[in-house]
Structures are given as C-alpha cells and as structure tokens.
Design a protein around this ligand. Structure first.
Ligand SMILES: Nc1ncnc2c1ncn2[C@@H]1O[C@H](COP(=O)(O)OP(=O)(O)OP(=O)(O)O)[C@@H](O)[C@H]1O
Ligand SMILES: [Mg+2]
Length: 332
C-alpha cells in the first residue's frame, strides 16, 4: 500500500437491488474512508443501508445487485476483482462479524472444528499449528479454559461467549479490517463493554482497523473516534464522534440524539423523530430526510444535498444546517 493512502476508500458508491418494479437504489453516492488501525463508526436508523454497505465490501450482495462507484482497499480496486481476487481479500484482508453472528456458528460442530478449519483454509496451516492458533485466539478473546472450549459445542456457551467465538473466527486469519455489524446489540452491558475492550486491544496491539456498525450512540461514543451517520442509503453527516454527538450539525443527527442542532437552543429533551424512515422505492427527488425534518425549506425538495466538507473537518449533506449552526460551508 502506498504511504498516505487510507486503508479503505469508498467513493461515490451506489448499490441497486432488484425489485418487483425494477432496480431499487438502496445506497447512493456514498463516500467513506477508514485509515489503518482506526476504529470508525456507522450509525443510523434501521434500513439506512448499514449492513448492505458492509456486504458490498465483501462482495456478498444478493444476486442481481448492481454496484457503481469505486472501493479501494489496501491499494486494490475491489470492484474490479474476479472470484479469486475476492477470496484473497476475504479473511486475511477484510473479515466480518455478522449482525446475527451467533446464528452463523454451526450447532452440530465443535467450536474447535469451526475455528481450526477456518484457520487451515485461510492461513494454510497444518492441523497442530491451526489448533495452537485457535487456542491462542480463544485466550485473547478471554474465553476461560481455551482447550476445553475447543471441544465444546456452541449451545454450551453463553450468548456473550458465542459472540466472542464469532469475533475469534473473524480475526483468525489476521485481517487488516474487521467489519463488526451490531456485534453487541443482544448482549448485556458488561459483556458488551468486554467486547468493545477486546476490539480496542486488537487495534492497539495488532493495528487492526474496525468499521463498527451500531444503533447505539453510547457504544459509538465509547469505541470510535470518527463516525458516519447514515440515512436512506446516504451519509448525512460525518466527522469526529465527540463533535457529532455533542454538537450535531445535521437535523437528522440532532434528531437521532433527541436534541436540537447546535447553536439553536440548549433544549435536550428526548423526542421521537416524526414519521417513519423512507423506503428505498419511495424516495423523492430531494433530501431523503426532508419529509421528517423540522427545518425543511423549499430548497430541500429540489435535489439531494451533496456531501460537502465544512470548516470543522466534518462533512455535511444539508442545505439548511449550515445556516442553523452558523458554520460556513466550503465548496458551496
Ligand atoms: N436482500 C435484500 N433484497 C431487497 N432489499 C433489501 C435486501 N437487504 C436489504 N434490503 C433493503 O435495503 C435497505 C437497507 O437495508 P440494510 O439491511 O442495509 O439496513 P440496516 O441499516 O443494516 O438496518 P438494520 O439497522 O435494521 O440492520 C432496506 O430498505 C432493506 O429493506
Ligand atoms: Mg443491518
């Protein structure tokens, strides 16, 4: 990889899925970057395209999906890879902990078999060396008595332990980027805190980069330094997580936080966002959040707002928010 290039650069990504009345655009003009050894967050309501973006990065979209734009990972152009090229990227380049990863474990196979087969295939190790690596991984994931755990079946583990095993499998082939899709949603807060600490430890010790998808703004704040706020397959706002959460500039980020945009008032009462997220096949020509936005003006209905950099190092896709925050927008 050439120096200075981010580990992952997504530029103008679009994804359409086949629908009964033709292709349905679900991801639109999406830009995102992850540097090596960086933990980056993606947050947004259900259906905003978080999982589909992740699946695109592993070429795991449903049949008939059409992808446009560009994705560069570790110096390679992912969208021009053939089957063999993708095999090289999956596992040792990018790996993923799926949204329901405990269901991804085979109930009839021991943890040891699932882990060692993955390691043997990915790292080309023999049986004994793969078992040593498996034991080491379970130990890193703080699973007590790793030797005994390798002989156990998934049902003998708690939900939190199964989740740790799923993370161990994802880390088995030493990926440079781990995509974690809501890996802690079903877990209680102490188990969740343990998993977040493990990811941070892997980042620090092995230079692992993580793209962490979550609904939970508390988790976003605890784990990530930078984040992207998704809505209807677009990035509404991105920037430093602390900035986004303490001084949201986009009305959608503010609504997610139950607060008003920065600079308007100190009101911080929790309020539901009126209306429901727009469905991909019902999108209007303007800003996708416009029908639910308290600050919408006529200009919001004319076309989708471009994602532009602001002076505070964020990007913002809103034509009224700059006026609300008083921050000038560059390139407008
Ligand atoms: N296999 C599929 N076929 C057709 N449409 C799909 C498919 N998977 C997802 N979609 C649609 O694409 C949009 C984005 O879905 P996605 O799963 O990426 O959302 P998400 O942000 O991960 O939501 P959640 O927080 O609920 O996991 C949704 O409108 C969804 O209905
Ligand atoms: Mg999802």
């Amino acid at each position: 990889m050439s120096t200075g290039e981010p580990l992952l650069t997504i530029d103008g990504l679009s994804v359409s899925l086949p629908g009964p009345a033709g292709p349905v655009p679900v991801i639109k003009q999406l830009d995102l970057r992850v540097d090596a050894g960086e933990i980056v967050g993606i947050a947004g309501e259900s259906g905003s395209g978080k999982s589909l973006t992740a699946l695109t990065l592993l070429n795991l979209l449903p049949p008939g999906a059409v992808v446009g734009g560009s994705i560069r990972f570790d110096g390679q152009d992912l969208l021009s890879l053939d089957r063999r090229g993708w095999q090289g990227v999956r596992g040792s380049g990018i790996s993923m902990v799926f949204q329901d990863s405990t269901a991804a474990l085979h109930p009839m196979l021991t943890i040891g078999r699932q882990l060692t087969e993955h390691i043997r295939a990915g790292l080309g190790l023999g049986r004994a060396a793969a078992r040593t690596r498996a034991t080491e991984l379970l130990d890193q994931m703080r699973i007590p008595h790793p030797d005994r755990a390798l002989r156990a079946y998934p049902h003998q583990f708690s939900g939190g332990m199964r989740q740790r095993v799923a993370i161990a499998i994802a880390l088995a082939c030493r990926p440079r980027l781990l995509i974690a899709d809501e890996p802690t949603t079903a877990l209680d807060v102490t188990v969740q805190a343990g998993i977040l600490a493990l990811l941070e430890e892997q980042r620090r010790e092995s230079g692992l980069a993580v793209l962490f998808i979550t609904h939970d703004l508390g988790v976003l704040s605890a784990l990530t330094r930078r984040a992207y706020i998704f809505y209807a397959g677009r990035v509404m706002e991105s920037g430093g997580t602390a900035d986004l959460l303490t001084a949201p500039a986009h009305p959608y980020t503010a609504a997610l936080l139950g607060a008003r945009p920065h600079g308007l008032s100190a009101q911080r009462t929790l309020r539901a966002i009126p209306g429901a997220p727009v469905l991909p096949d019902q999108l209007l020509p303007g800003c996708p959040f416009e029908p639910r936005c308290t600050f919408a003006e006529d200009s919001c209905r004319s076309g989708p707002p471009p994602q532009v950099p602001t002076t505070s190092g964020r990007t913002l896709a809103c034509v009224v928010a700059p006026d609300l925050t008083g921050e000038p927008v560059v390139n407008r």
